[in-house]
Design a protein around this ligand. Structure first.
Ligand code: PRX
Length: 644
């Protein structure tokens, strides 16, 4: 705990210039020249002034079954639509179109299991794997428009299952494999999934995570699932419920699992997936993304930010179960025809050089990870990375939370050998793709995600929407729609309007605070709502609190995030017990374990304080801000609304 990472603070003198070679090779340099412009800022200005022309340039790099009538339809704000009238399927761009070119035999994926098992798939074999699963899903009655929930370890079949759903026009809802039964049950119930795809178990630090067992408990809580398809990964004993559970390896050997399956023609605005994410209150929101705009936004940002080219070995070390994995492990790299790396396990298993070994052995050129992972590996010192030849690396990336300058410099110097610019990408589950990010041609300031991407307009504003002065803290807003934006909250469109668009007229409120320095560089400070970023994972205080309250000893609970050296933030909970229960170390351990069991290990509070009361407003809302100030020994701020 404590020893918070040094918070990003504007330091205008600490600037890193890209090398002439990097600038010359960059995809964005080529685009700039094509437009007859001479600087990135000019290109950015052009992309805003000609926003539809810019996005149609980008969309024209993909194949469409039928072109669009309109680039942007803003007739029903804030329910914006992109590329309306177009017919497409993201899988056509991610797989089918490559099969007509030399990329058919190019590697799409190199996967490494924690136990050292290695597998690789060309685009040709990826298509077969995906088509077989797609045909199994069809034979189970899955149709266009259905929602299939996927709860899997980090194995290639997770990616194949997502693509199989998209191929036949079903939406996927991936629940991160580190979540537990309450989280899974809630998400299954909200999405009303009839089919769930899972695995017996997965490996993490040489331990088996028994996913199927968690599934069984979740399914006991929610009645919608009729079919549960189970991949075999860990070989742990599982109970198969007759009439509900089926082994995938059996089904994939049957004639129904034909290796050819037509890709369903979709409207650009048809749903591609739902991904649940935490917000201020209540249950997680089902963020809805669609085929057309999302494929344009994700592939464009990957192409220009990570400069992905055919000769690259690109590794996004996230989990496919989060948006970073959806956009930048699964869809965007495949659309660009890239070769990706996926690794199943922990970065420090069996030794803290596992990642560096993978980089050296597979010749990774682009490595995209999170500040928490960098801080975690930094602790083990320079000796571990120094044993490996990482000269293949060309670009590095960071996402999930502000990167503290100390971690930035370590990543830059020790991992990148002072040659590799770091792309610090700011974006959200809701935005679908990078919004504030450098491109390789830009001077970098450690801790700043730099400026808005091409076609994107962001600002830092006061509560009334007027722009802040340089270096003044304010709200981070996005001032115009973008193709990969979420379309709505599943089953709750009003929540979409209220959460993101009601705060300021015609501006998307990201829920983050930020400041902009005198060079226009944006410094993201953190969340303004009750979202806690633990190791880059987004958790709502409400979720942790409801997990605590589901324990018979707990009457009321409040969760806050406190600074943590590696995780960025750690969860601390305040608990009021029911009468008849007494606070003790044993009970604290039980409650921590209970949250882990309900929600997942990442949500387990680091510590719990038993209390007789919680600070509340007169209307009964817990004032977490006051709890946090007290825990940090800081002034409590305005407490005029505090109840007596
Ligand atoms: O607070 C910002 C932080 O992560 C939030 C979005 O979380 P999630 O939807 O889980 O998506 C994470 C991966 C895209 C944002 O509101 N955040 C994300 N990237 C950065 C960041 N904060 C600062 N710098 C970043 N690069």
């Amino acid at each position: 705990m404590t020893n918070a990472p040094d918070v990003a603070a504007p330091n205008t003198s600490d600037i890193y210039q890209p090398s002439a070679e990097i600038v010359e090779q960059a995809n964005v340099t080529a685009y700039m020249r094509q437009k007859g412009l001479s600087s990135y800022d000019e290109l950015h200005r052009w992309s805003l002034e000609n926003n539809e022309a810019f996005w149609s340039d980008m969309a024209n790099e993909l194949e469409w079954y039928q072109p669009w009538d309109k680039v942007l339809d803003d007739s029903n704000k804030p329910f914006f639509k992109w590329f309306t009238g177009a017919k497409t399927n993201i899988v056509h761009n991610a797989i089918d179109r490559h099969l007509k070119t030399w990329r058919k035999n190019k590697l799409a994926l190199i996967w490494e299991g924690e136990d050292g098992e290695q597998r690789s798939y060309s685009y040709f074999s990826l298509n077969i794997e995906v088509s077989k699963i797609a045909n199994v899903l069809k034979s189970m009655g899955v149709k266009k428009g259905d929602v299939v929930t996927i709860y899997m370890p980090r194995i290639p079949e997770l990616m194949f299952s997502m693509l199989a759903c998209a191929k036949i026009g079903a939406a996927h809802s991936v629940v991160y494999g580190g979540f537990s039964e309450a989280a899974l049950a809630d998400r299954l119930a909200d999405a009303k999934s009839k089919v769930l795809i899972t695995a017996d178990g997965g490996f993490m630090r040489n331990k088996v995570i028994e996913l199927k067992k968690i599934v069984d408990e979740a399914l006991a809580r929610t009645p919608t699932v009729q079919t549960c398809l189970v991949f075999k990964r860990a070989g742990n004993a599982v109970e198969m419920v007759q009439g509900r559970d089926l082994w995938m390896h059996d089904l994939l050997n049957l004639p129904i699992a034909n290796s050819s399956c037509p890709t369903e023609e979709m409207d650009a605005e048809d749903m591609l997936f739902i991904l649940y994410t935490s917000g201020t209150t209540g249950k997680p929101k089902g963020v809805v993304h669609t085929h057309g705009g999302y494929q344009v936004g994700t592939s464009t940002t990957l192409k220009y930010v990570f400069d992905v080219k055919d000769e690259d070995r690109y590794w996004c070390a996230a989990d496919p179960g989060w948006i970073t994995g959806h956009s930048f492990i699964v869809y965007a790299p495949l659309i660009l025809g890239a070769t990706s790396i996926m690794y199943e396990g922990a970065p420090n298993y069996p030794y803290p050089d596992r990642w560096w070994q993978i980089v050296a052995r597979t010749g990774v050129t682009v490595l995209y990870t999170a500040p928490t992972a960098i801080r975690g590996l930094m602790r083990f010192g320079e000796l571990w990375p120094s044993r490996h030849d990482m000269s293949s690396l060309r670009l590095l990336g960071s996402v999930g939370e502000p990167i503290n300058p100390e971690a930035w410099r370590w990543f830059y110097q020790v991992i990148g050998g002072e040659r590799c610019p770091i792309m610090d990408t700011w974006w959200q589950t809701e935005t679908g793709h990078f919004m504030i990010t450098p491109t390789p041609v830009m001077p970098l300031k450690p801790g700043s995600a730099t400026k808005a991407f091409l076609g994107i307009e962001v600002d830092v504003v006061h509560e009334d929407g007027t722009p802040c002065e340089p270096n003044e803290d304010g709200l981070l807003v996005i001032k115009r729609p973008w193709p990969g934006m979420m379309r709505t909250v599943l089953n709750d469109p009003q929540r979409y309007v209220d959460t993101y668009w009601a705060r300021l007229p015609d501006m998307y409120a990201a829920g983050d605070s930020a400041r902009k320095d005198e060079d226009g560089y944006i410094w993201v400070i953190g969340r303004l709502d009750d979202v806690i970023k633990v190791s880059g994972y987004r958790l709502g205080t409400a979720e942790v609190e409801s997990a605590l309250v589901s324990h018979p000893a707990v009457a009321e609970a409040a969760a806050i995030g406190l600074p943590h050296e590696v995780k960025g933030n750690a969860i601390h909970a305040f608990v009021m017990l029911r009468s008849g229960f007494e606070g003790s170390h044993e009970l604290e351990e039980k409650l921590r374990a209970h949250v882990g069991h309900e929600l997942g290990p990442i949500a387990r509070p680091d510590s719990i304080t038993f209390t007789l009361s919680l600070p509340k407003t007169r209307s009964g809302k817990i004032m977490r801000r006051v709890l946090k100030a007290r825990a940090l020994g800081q002034p409590e701020g305005d407490i005029s609304t505090l109840e007596e």
